[in-house]
Design a protein around this ligand. Structure first.
Ligand SMILES: Cc1cc2nc3c(=O)[nH]c(=O)nc-3n(C[C@H](O)[C@H](O)[C@H](O)COP(=O)(O)OP(=O)(O)OC[C@H]3O[C@@H](n4cnc5c(N)ncnc54)[C@H](O)[C@@H]3O)c2cc1C
Length: 433
């Protein structure tokens, strides 16, 4: 079997600090190449992990054998304009996807993604905004096309009962080659940022969820909340709105937002109301450039998916503990609302959810353990992007359909071709590579 797309990893000798590096990295550009790599791994009894952009901090893409990197397998394959469904190659970045969809007059119904993540990666980990729905819309995925552990292609369509099990798979069921996404008409996005108190945002959860997108930043030592809402507006004639944030004032606003997002200490000491009005006026961009409204900021120290009903109690408990540990420590949290999800391994499974991230500060790592205990006591699930230290039994309790997923995984990939040691631990199966 020839392996045209495969190159020996020149850095294999210089392994990462965790002692792992793939022996081979393949960057296939066409479906047949992906299929050939999987068939080769099946024939030779080796293991294969898939990466979209490889942003995830947990060692999900780690593998000592082969790594499939899908950054060349991109673009929209076809569009059903009548039903608004686009079939997209899984290596496509969300920013590229937004631009390509705009040329069909379409947009993704969800917001909040920063643009760099791949479609396959975002769907496979239940990432906010594409793997799960956002404040208003459920997850837009209506079908998956995959290559299974024996190298054969198969599809899971909208009416297939396996779709809710297979959608969030952590890349353990096969290589996702195409994702079917339900889209909506392209629009403009109107963003508004205001200052609020913590109790005001918690008490108005339902009213706020009427917006297309909601996120807020809270500095745990104060009551100050910076609330951002985004709403869709009909597309106007070209020229009335910016297509992208190009103008000087837009750059200034964007720079201020980014500065606050990436510097929790600074943001913590600077109440939002003190920021000049000029930097707070609403911005409107075309949906094709909507990701520019969402700074990627940092990945944060910990991230949890918390049932919305538990938000108030959890944050008040968290504030008490963080203050007790260090009253001077400024810890900034970001909260976003998401729809309840039906995907078995989605962090938002079964709950209207608040995605809460603690953004890094100098000493915030010291607080992560205490904060984690509080989140989990209130029924939160850790996000898959963060390294997961839970035992199998915790995951079975957190995810009611865990065993059904595990059974499907064992049926589709009995040898564990798509597992690495980390995932083998999570699924309680014999050691993989
Ligand atoms: C600075 C930063 C900020 C972030 N902020 C957020 C945030 O606010 N909210 C949020 O939810 N996430 C956030 N993320 C996480 C990011 O959205 C996810 O890590 C994203 O899904 C990663 O996309 P990726 O293409 O890098 O996926 P990868 O890391 O490449 O892959 C993620 C998982 O999907 C699997 N996978 C990827 N492609 C395929 C495929 N084609 N077939 C099968 N399996 C596949 C991989 O095996 C792996 O298990 C952030 C990441 C960074 C770096």
């Amino acid at each position: 079997m020839s392996r045209l797309s495969l190159v020996r990893n020149p850095h294999h000798a210089t392994r990462k600090p965790d002692g792992h590096a793939p022996r081979f990295i393949a960057t296939p550009a066409v479906f047949e190449q992906i299929q050939r790599e999987v068939a080769y791994a099946a024939e030779t009894g080796s293991h294969l992990r898939v990466a979209g952009r490889g942003h995830t901090r947990a060692p999900l893409c780690r593998c000592d054998d082969g790594l499939l990197q899908l950054s060349r397998f991109t673009g929209i394959e076809d569009v059903d304009a009548v039903h608004g469904i686009a079939w997209v190659r899984s290596g496509t970045r969300l920013s590229q996807l937004a631009r390509e969809l705009a040329s069909y007059g379409l947009a993704l119904p969800t917001l909040g993604w920063s643009g760099n993540e791949s479609v396959g990666g975002a769907v496979s980990i239940g990432s906010y905004g594409l793997g799960t729905g956002d404040s208003r819309y459920p997850c837009p995925v209506v079908g998956l096309r995959m290559i299974g552990a024996d190298g054969s292609a198969f599809s899971i369509g909208a009416n297939d009962p396996r779709l809710p099990l297979a959608r969030v798979s952590l890349g353990t069921l096969g290589v996702l080659t195409h994702v079917g996404l339900r889209c909506i008409a392209a629009s403009h996005l109107q963003s508004r940022v205001t200052g609020r108190s913590l109790n005001a945002v918690i008490n108005r959860v339902n009213a706020l969820r009427a917006h297309d997108y909601v996120e807020w930043y809270w500095t745990a030592h104060s009551d100050d909340v910076r609330l951002r809402t985004i709403d869709r507006r009909p597309r106007h004639a070209p020229g009335r709105h910016r297509h992208a944030l190009k103008s000087g004032s837009a750059r200034l606003r964007s720079a201020v937002h980014r500065a606050i997002d990436v510097m929790p200490q600074f943001g913590g000491r600077l109440p939002w109301r003190l920021i000049p009005e000029r930097a707070r006026i609403p911005e409107s961009v075309d949906a094709a450039y909507g990701w520019q409204l969402f700074s990627e900021s940092n990945l944060g120290t910990i991230g949890y998916a918390l049932p919305i009903d538990a938000l108030g109690d959890t944050l008040h408990a968290l504030r008490g503990v963080l203050r007790a540990i260090d009253p001077k420590q400024r810890v900034v949290l970001r909260v976003r609302y998401a729809c309840a999800d039906d995907a078995a391994l989605s962090p938002a499974y079964g709950n209207e959810t608040a995605f809460v991230r603690i953004l890094s500060g100098p000493k915030v790592r010291d607080h992560a353990e205490a904060a984690g205990d509080i989140f989990e006591r209130h029924g939160a699930r850790p996000l898959w992007i963060m390294p997961h230290e839970h035992h199998l039994r915790d995951l079975e309790t957190m995810y009611p359909l865990w065993n059904e997923f595990a059974q499907l995984r064992a049926e589709l990939d009995p040898r564990g071709l798509f597992l690495n040691d980390y995932l083998a631990g999570i699924f309680g199966v014999e050691e993989a590579s």
